[in-house]
Design a protein around this ligand. Structure first.
Ligand code: SF4
Length: 358
């Protein structure tokens, strides 16, 4: 007797809107239902935060049962939530296979930014990053990335945070090392959930093919580069990927992104005392940022247990900011958020960014 393998229900949250419509219309057609039923389901998915098909109350009961047999709505479980005294909220999500990933909600006066993860762990091994030290487990699917947004949106609404206005791919993982899922999730968030492309930032440590792919997308998704040094040799010590795509090659890719127009690059520069804050690096950083029309975020390093590094002194950070300004570069010094709960995005760990430049 042939054994029939059980089929895994398709996660609707992981389908791009066109594929979702196609899949659902096929499903309803086979059941003798009108195609508009697909639009009803899409509305429930994108415009509400219902957890189950059973809550889709404008569908007949029999159709809700049939949907639940054929499809799933990806939903991570909350493992823990920690809320900082400054309102920053860190979720640790438990995925279906027990992997755990973090996302962070960062409220400021006029926006609510969600920092989400694209991988469980990370293979890049950046020396300043807690995620880098914990190793790589696996890529997230598009559905798992999008589900962090949907579940965070529900939590934010239930807890008086209001709507999520901005998204940064800056949690655990290197997004451009998981490009198929990240590209699909960008499309779903933008076209399905209608989050404006200019409100979504992909942050990378410098995956050149990924930057070029992002540059070719017609939507104006924004790019943040974890630069951390304008000097290739020093950068290698902080970001091992620099050996694979050294600064000259990386700069070419950034130029292509800049030339694609309409969206400014942001440089993230974590300032580590005695490591990457030598005064002579400031003009080199300014020159690079000026050339690429980049906005620079200077972020005081937040210590991690296994490194005896500390943040640069405030006067050194001011010096960098002054040099950048004098040379015509827009710069901001960012306050670490959620320090008391270790609420950081994977890349910068406890240095979750308040905002990416508009
Ligand atoms: S900084 Fe980003 S790319 Fe580097 S190890 Fe951390 S999560 Fe990975």
């Amino acid at each position: 007797m042939t054994e029939i393998a059980p089929t895994t229900p398709v996660d609707l949250l992981g389908l791009e809107p066109d594929a979702l419509r196609h899949e659902l219309e096929g499903h309803f057609e086979a059941r003798g239902q009108k195609p508009y039923r697909a639009r009803q389901v899409a509305r429930w998915l994108y415009e509400t935060d219902v957890r189950s098909f059973d809550e889709m109350t404008d569908l007949p009961a029999g159709e809700r049962v049939a949907l639940a047999e054929a499809f799933a709505i990806g939903e991570p479980e909350i493992d823990t939530v920690q809320v900082s005294s400054d309102g920053t909220a860190k979720h640790l999500w438990r995925l279906g296979d027990e992997e755990r990933v973090e996302s962070v909600l960062i409220p400021t006066e006029d926006r609510l930014t969600l920092c989400l993860s694209s991988q469980a762990g990370c293979a890049m091994g950046c020396t300043f990053c807690a995620t880098g030290w914990s190793g790589f487990q696996r890529h997230l699917t598009a559905g798992e990335i999008v589900a962090q947004y949907r579940a965070s949106r529900r939590w934010a609404a239930e807890n008086g945070y209001g709507p999520i206005t901005n998204i940064v791919y800056m949690g655990m993982g290197e997004p451009l090392a998981n490009r198929p899922a990240v590209h699909a999730s960008l499309t779903i968030l933008n076209q399905g959930f209608e989050v404006g492309a200019r409100r979504i930032t992909v942050s990378t440590v410098g995956v050149v093919p990924g930057i070029l792919e992002l540059a070719r997308r017609p939507e104006q998704f924004k790019l943040a580069l974890s630069l951390h040094s304008p000097d290739s040799t020093l950068r290698q010590e902080l970001i091992p990927l620099e050996k694979r795509w050294p600064l000259p090659e990386l700069i070419q890719a950034l130029e292509a992104f800049d030339d694609a127009g309409g969206r400014r690059i942001t440089f993230e520069y974590t300032m580590i005392r005695g490591v990457n804050d030598a005064p002579e690096l400031a003009p080199r950083l300014a020159e690079l940022a000026y050339r690429l029309h980049a906005f620079v975020n200077l972020i005081p390093f937040n210590p991690i247990p296994w490194q005896d590094w500390g943040p640069s002194k405030p006067e050194r950070i001011r010096h960098f900011a002054d040099v950048l300004r004098e040379r015509g570069v827009d710069v901001a010094v960012r306050e670490p958020r959620g320090r008391d709960i270790d609420a950081a995005c994977g890349q910068l760990r406890a240095n979750a960014l308040v905002q990416i430049e508009d």
